[in-house]
Design a protein around this ligand. Structure first.
Ligand code: COA
Length: 159
């Protein structure tokens, strides 16, 4: 497996991967119907300064991707294909993001997405708040990873 910057010609493969991966998380939601929304969302994120990193198999097939804005530290989307779950691909993508995030990595995750919440906690993210997603109405956790987390927390206590 190797990581590389996303390219325009990745879009079709990444959308297919995204639909299949999310369908497994929330089978009751029609993610295929949201494909064009996600394509627009991705373009808007890139216009705003985020970039895409793709994990590829040796034959070039996309295994997963992450969307990260180094200016804000916001990781909007981490997604690996159905066959790549549990294989270390998500961790490799996240490690690459962490290396570019001196100010920490910030994300939100649906509370009902137990696998993702467990994954982020295992990868040293902490829950720092909660909210409701204004689009879906679903409850979300706000999570943060910080370099040398405990030290930073002691300097910046939550009020
Ligand atoms: C979230 C995601 C990136 C994590 O990558 P992954 O390769 O599946 O993660 P891992 O298998 O390494 O870790 C998942 C952890 O959750 C656990 N887990 C699996 N299914 C679970 C479930 N239903 N409930 C709770 N925990 C679960 C695993 O055992 C593992 O924990 P462990 O290492 O302590 O045993 C991947 O599942 C994915 O792409 N999901 C769809 C998109 C998504 O949800 N993205 C994140 C949105 S913010």
């Amino acid at each position: 497996m190797r990581l590389r910057a996303g390219r325009d010609d990745d879009l079709t493969a990444l959308l297919a991967l995204w639909v299949a991966s999310w369908r497994e998380v929330f089978p009751e939601i029609d993610f295929a119907a949201r494909r064009s929304w996600f394509a627009r969302h991705l373009a808007e994120l890139e216009d705003a300064g985020a970039d895409v990193t793709v994990a590829c198999a040796d034959d070039g097939r996309a295994l997963g991707f992450v969307v990260f804005d180094p200016a804000t530290g916001v990781m909007d989307q981490l997604c690996v294909g159905v066959d790549s779950k549990g294989a270390g691909v998500a961790r490799a993508l996240l490690e690459a993001v962490k290396r570019r995030a001196p100010g920490g990595v910030h994300l939100t995750v649906n509370k009902a997405n137990a696998r993702a919440v467990r994954f982020y906690q295992r990868e040293a993210f902490e829950i720092v708040g909660e909210a409701v997603n204004p689009n879906s109405g679903l409850a979300i956790w706000k999570m943060v990873w910080r370099l040398g987390g405990a030290v930073t927390r002691n300097r910046e206590p939550l009020h």
